[in-house]
Design a protein around this ligand. Structure first.
Ligand SMILES: NC(=O)c1ccc[n+]([C@@H]2O[C@H](COP(=O)([O-])OP(=O)(O)OC[C@H]3O[C@@H](n4cnc5c(N)ncnc54)[C@H](O)[C@@H]3O)[C@@H](O)[C@H]2O)c1
Length: 309
């Protein structure tokens, strides 16, 4: 919303409420018509809904790529940042905790070391393939999140954002099977379920599991005052994507060239994750937000058929 020639993220209702409070000044609408009178003094003291000042953020998989960019951004926005990863972190000023998502005991140790409060939990780890993929991309991240929530370390008003992928599109069609996986109560039960469902051990399936998980847990966590959402990035220039560049980075490159765009940067994805865990996203619960520059909706509506190379 434009206000006094400046972009204001707050809704009209908030401004009107504040307008009743104290010193009042007249303002002009951008169309030149006289407007009602609003309170600029109170507006200036309104908290910035994008700020992380005074908050503590935990970034799982925060040593590289999208996670590292997220850790760095949250630090710039004022957060005290903890990075939990199997490799050393690169973002300046963060606290590091070793974590191997393929090992439940390692996750439990890392949760204990992390402690609370955790105002924002960004779950960004991932691999492209291999037999450990289900544990790294979903089962281990779920275990970490649930242990932190159960420990009571996420206060009301806190938020979780997981990283799915644009490759997880269509998860709704697979929901009955995904809900079976999500219903497994423990890390070990989920691993056993995967052994019985080898067709669910691929990359796309792990990303669909993330989308279904945030949708399924939105109410349970919401009752505790915790929001959970996911991001579905398109091709993003990170070490993981570079290692699979022929498939990952070339995907829909013809579509992006229509927009004059290359692959996304890790920083572009990080800013959406930071938004999702900020008060600015206060009414977003259980959603999986696609950030692929519109390639998916171009295909859906028939405006452009992106190629796979
Ligand atoms: N790069 C892309 O094009 C793209 C597109 C869609 C989704 N994603 C997703 O984004 C997320 C981040 O990927 P990225 O591209 O930044 O890759 P990246 O390799 O740069 O980062 C992944 C991080 O996960 C950590 N990790 C891997 N195995 C782990 C384990 N066993 N225990 C703990 N941490 C472990 C890595 O050490 C690394 O820090 C992943 O979930 C990925 O699937 C990436």
């Amino acid at each position: 919303m434009w206000f006094d020639g400046q972009w204001r993220p707050w809704p009209d209702a908030a401004i009107l409420t504040l307008g009743r409070a104290s010193s009042r000044v007249a303002r002009q609408h951008t169309d030149g018509a006289d407007a009602d009178i609003r309170d600029t003094g109170a507006m200036n003291s309104m908290p910035n809904p994008f700020s992380y000042e005074g908050k503590r953020a935990a970034v799982v998989g925060g040593a590289s790529g999208i996670g590292a960019a997220t850790a760095a951004l949250l630090g710039q926005l004022g957060a005290d940042v903890v990075v939990l990863d199997i490799q050393a972190a690169s973002a300046p000023g963060v606290t590091e905790i070793g974590l191997d998502l393929t090992d439940r005991e390692s996750i439990d140790r890392a949760v204990g070391e992390c402690g609370g409060p955790v105002d924002a939990l960004l779950s960004c780890a991932g691999v492209a393939d291999g037999p450990l993929l289900p544990k790294i991309n979903f089962i281990g991240q779920r275990h970490f999140i649930e242990r932190v929530v159960e420990a009571g370390w996420m206060p009301r008003g806190s938020a979780i954002a997981m990283v799915s992928s644009a490759g997880g599109r269509g998860w709704e069609m697979n929901l009955p099977t995904l809900l079976e996986l999500i219903a497994t109560p423990t890390y070990e039960d989920a691993v056993a379920w995967m052994e019985e469902h080898p067709d669910m051990t691929g990359y796309a399936q792990s990303k669909q599991a993330v989308c279904a998980y945030v949708a399924r847990k939105a109410l349970d966590f919401g009752r505790l005052g915790i929001r959970i959402n996911a991001l579905m990035p398109g091709p993003t220039d990170t070490p993981l994507a570079q290692a699979n560049a022929d498939i990952w980075l070339k995907y829909a490159s013809d579509y992006r060239s229509e927009l004059g765009l290359g692959p996304s940067t890790a920083e572009e994805q990080a800013s959406i994750l930071a938004f999702l865990c900020s008060p600015a996203a206060a009414r977003i619960y259980g959603e999986s937000i696609v950030s692929d520059a519109g390639a998916g909706v171009a295909r859906l509506t028939g405006t452009f058929e992106p190629s796979f190379n």
